[in-house]
Design a protein around this ligand. Structure first.
Ligand code: XMP
Length: 516
């Protein structure tokens, strides 16, 4: 892999993504890794990321000069560039002069990094210190008003660096600079493609699983579907998928999994109708956390029942169920400590959080991938687009979108309103623009309306369209008024108990995306 050394700012993930966009596989490692630990990963190249610090700050992350003697191509970016200059005997000055945002640099020598880019170009900078003298053996490629040395390279030792952030789109030729480093500086080929990812993962899954049996909890979402499709491709009928229908699903979801997913993958699927179990357990409860806990608990019980039955029937066929498929993604791995050490099942996982005492070994074929890469792999595997491009839907489902007690009748009402909103948003071509649009039923609120000749006394629903990158923060989406009007008219006409449609115009924070 290309290793991206994370100096603690938010840039490392972005750099890793840009390297992958150049079709070269990358992994993030913490800056606390020693040179031996890095070399143990047999890196094809190393990129030192930006960071928040000055190389002179107390406790500033340090770069071991031995890294530059290992014969591995290295590129330093921003903080990484300065740390590299300092480690190799260049001069980094504390100027106190900050360059921040769009900054023009002047190219004095194109070298490898800047070949084919304009003599004056806009870059995105964010730094206080500046490199005043390049280390011996380095050629200066560019300067800016605040950075006498804004880029340098030593081709014979394959060491490169830029003061700016090539991974940020505001750097006009950033991706070109990164690609020059990867292809020309480090001699790498752009061969990391969805097809190759699938071939590698299929081989890895076969090696891990052997001829044992595997189960997978399917939620209908992107991650568990693509993970299941990969495992299916690798070990075929050794895999059984379990889909728990808890009755809190949206219209058409069971059918979508049953029809589209099975058609596309040929996977063994067990659908468990557990609607009664969940309704009974939820009866009388209105507190959001209580409802979430009940749903989580019942989900686990239902899954355990299913697993037990599969183990029993597989027992007769002579196979042991040893493995559980999880759709863990790379950001989860990075956030829980760089992927070193044991895997843990996250409680926020989209199947609702399976217990870790389930006594299965985990198969996690997506743990090196970002979400958009999972989608590309899914499309390549033939997973239907309706599943690959599905918007997020919470494990507890409609249960946390009915404010008040969950009943079968209220679920029907909300399901109908939600189906109309989704249909109209799809028709308006807005599905990829919005992150998701929960529809929330205020089941304990009533308001007066007039319809036909009569007075109504019904419930409001709330539309909650949000735009987001990662659901950590979100803004409310400015939907076109005519789309809102159509949704409102249709819901109040077609859904018996609803006589009012309202719009949630709150960002996150302070609100969360879901109402409970
Ligand atoms: P909040 O409401 O916390 O939601 O702003 C952030 C994102 O997470 C989804 N969400 C869940 N997903 N299990 C899930 O798999 C859950 O319990 C859960 N709760 C919220 C929510 O839909 C949004 O995309």
């Amino acid at each position: 892999p290309v290793l991206v050394v994370d100096f603690g700012a938010q840039y490392a993930q972005l750099i890793a993504r840009r390297v992958r966009e150049a079709k070269v596989y990358s992994e993030i490692v913490p800056h606390t890794f020693t040179v031996e630990q890095m070399l143990a990963k047999d890196p094809a190249a190393i990129i030192l990321s930006g960071g928040p610090s000055s190389v002179y700050a107390q406790g500033a992350p340090f770069v071991d000069p031995a890294l530059f003697d290992a014969g591995v191509p290295v590129m330093g970016i921003c903080y990484g560039f300065q740390a590299m200059a300092q480690a190799l005997g260049g001069e980094v000055a504390q100027t106190g002069l900050r360059e921040y945002g769009g900054t023009e640099v002047e190219v004095c020598e194109a070298g490898v990094l800047l070949t084919g880019t304009p003599g004056h170009q806009t870059t995105w900078m964010s730094h206080g210190d500046a490199v005043h003298r390049a280390p011996d053996g380095f050629e200066v490629l560019a300067t800016s008003s605040g950075s006498p040395v804004a880029a340098f390279e030593d081709r014979s030792r394959r060491l490169y660096g830029v003061q700016w952030h090539p991974e940020v789109k505001h750097s006009a030729h950033g991706q070109t600079v990164l690609e020059h480093f990867l292809y020309d500086g480090a001699g790498l080929a752009p061969d990391w493609t969805p097809g190759n990812v699938i071939a590698d993962q299929v081989a890895a899954i076969r090696a891990q699983v052997g001829d044992a049996r595997v189960i997978c909890g399917l939620s209908g979402g992107v991650d568990s579907s693509v993970a299941a499709a990969l495992v299916q491709k690798a070990v075929g009928d050794q895999l059984t998928c379990v889909f728990v229908d808890h009755g809190l699903l949206r219209e058409g979801e069971v059918e979508q999994v049953e029809r589209d997913f099975v058609d596309a993958t040929g996977v063994n699927l067990v659908i468990r109708d557990e609607k009664e179990r969940f309704l009974t357990a939820l009866a009388g409860h209105t507190d959001p956390e209580t409802k979430r806990k009940i749903i989580g608990r019942e989900f686990i019980r239902a899954f355990e029942d299913a697993a037990r039955e599969i183990v029993e029937s597989a027992g007769e066929a002579g196979g042991e169920v040893k493995f559980l498929v999880q759709g863990t993604l790379y950001p989860d791995v990075v956030e829980s400590g760089g992927g070193e050490g044991a895997a843990n099942i996250k409680s926020h996982h989209n199947v609702g959080g399976l217990p870790d005492d389930l006594q299965f070994e985990l198969v996690e074929p997506l743990r090196t991938l970002f979400k958009d890469e999972v989608r590309a792999v899914g499309l390549e595997l033939g997973v239907p687009e309706v599943i690959v491009w599905r918007q997020p839907f919470p494990g507890p489902g409609l249960g946390i979108r009915i404010i008040g007690e969950v009943t079968a009748e209220r679920l029907d009402t909300l399901r109908a309103a939600d189906a109309i909103a989704r249909e109209e948003l799809t028709k308006a071509g807005l599905d990829r623009e919005i992150w998701q649009c929960p529809v929330v039923l205020l089941a304990d609120v009533r308001s007066v309306g007039v319809q036909g000749d009569g007075r109504t006394y019904g419930h409001p629903v709330v539309l909650r369209p949000v735009s987001s990158e990662d659901a950590m923060t979100a803004d409310w989406t400015r939907l076109p008024y005519d789309v809102l009007a159509t949704i409102s008219t249709r819901i109040t006409n077609e859904v018996a108990d609803v006589n009012r449609v309202t719009l949630d115009v709150t960002s996150k924070p302070p609100a969360t995306i879901e109402w409970e």
